[in-house]
Design a protein around this ligand. Structure first.
Ligand code: FPP
Length: 255
């Protein structure tokens, strides 16, 4: 369905280079609700609307992978009612968006310790993962029960088991083979990380994968994150020079 009336020209938004993989730390739902004297869950509910907007805008502008940090390994320690409410919002999202995602060729995946998630949520996730698995236009990756350190530990553990069983020679372990054992597997590393609500930290998100990602931090609270805010982040990315440890001259080919 790409190329139809739904896709937009990034240049119309002043975006010169569209990152292939955008990752977002969606922060500020609680503060958004507090500012309005409402319960935190209302902020999350409004945040779910921003999720829909961001997925649509990513698709329209041609982002190929979008990873959203929806629930961290540490978020399990939040009040039970908030955890339950977040899971309910996820369920609503999965059922409400399922048709659109499949029709648009958006492949849905999760990364994280999904075994901790309630079976009925896991089943709904597995169903959408299966039914959208043919999608090639874009990949929507929800980081759920996810922690960057936890991810590195599970990859190391899986290598340790294979070494112990004689299936892997320790000298064969390198950056590429290690990356493949992470929850993200073959998904390319994020080109751009967006964090809303002004906090200047990574919060245990994709610690390995963000090694060379460009960072864009905005004061906008996640429920307010609009298409224009997203376009601003993509314009900011367009103006960056990515060097991956090289010199500027090496990257541009100048003397
Ligand atoms: C961080 O804000 C946000 C979360 C922990 C949850 C994110 C969830 C959603 C956006 C909605 C549901 C998700 C999907 C995929 C439908 P916070 O609660 O830490 O905010 P605060 O720092 O202002 O308290």
């Amino acid at each position: 369905m790409r190329g139809d009336k739904d896709s937009i020209d990034p240049a119309a938004y002043g975006i010169e280079t569209v990152p292939s993989h955008v990752a977002i730390i969606m922060d500020g739902n609680g503060r958004w609700a507090k500012q309005r004297g409402r319960i935190r869950l209302l902020g999350h509910r409004e945040g779910a609307k921003a999720v829909r907007r961001s997925v649509r805008f990513s698709y329209k502008v041609g982002v190929k992978h979008l990873t959203l940090f929806a629930f961290s390994a540490q978020n399990w320690a939040r009040p039970e009612s908030e955890v339950a409410g977040l899971m309910e919002l996820l369920m609503e999202y999965l059922s409400g968006e399922r048709r659109e995602l499949i029709e648009r060729g958006i492949r849905f995946r999760t990364v994280g310790d999904i075994e901790r998630v309630a079976p009925r949520v896991r089943e709904e996730i597995a169903r959408l993962e299966q039914d959208s698995s043919d999608g090639t236009e874009m990949e929507l990756i929800i980081a759920l029960s996810y922690g960057g350190r936890e991810d590195i530990v599970q990859a190391a553990r899986s290598f340790a088991e294979d070494v112990k069983a004689g299936r892997v020679d320790p000298s064969s372990i390198d950056i590429e083979s290690f990356s493949k054992r992470l929850y993200t597997g073959a998904i390319p590393d994020p080109d751009l990380l967006i964090r809303t609500s002004g906090e200047q930290r990574i919060s245990n998100f994709m610690l390995w994968q963000l090694a060379y990602s460009e960072l864009h931090i905005t004061d906008v609270l996640w429920p307010d994150f609009s298409e224009e805010d997203y376009a601003t982040a993509l314009r900011d990315y367009s103006n960056r020079e990515r060097r991956f440890g090289l010199t500027g001259a090496q990257v541009t080919g100048s003397k």
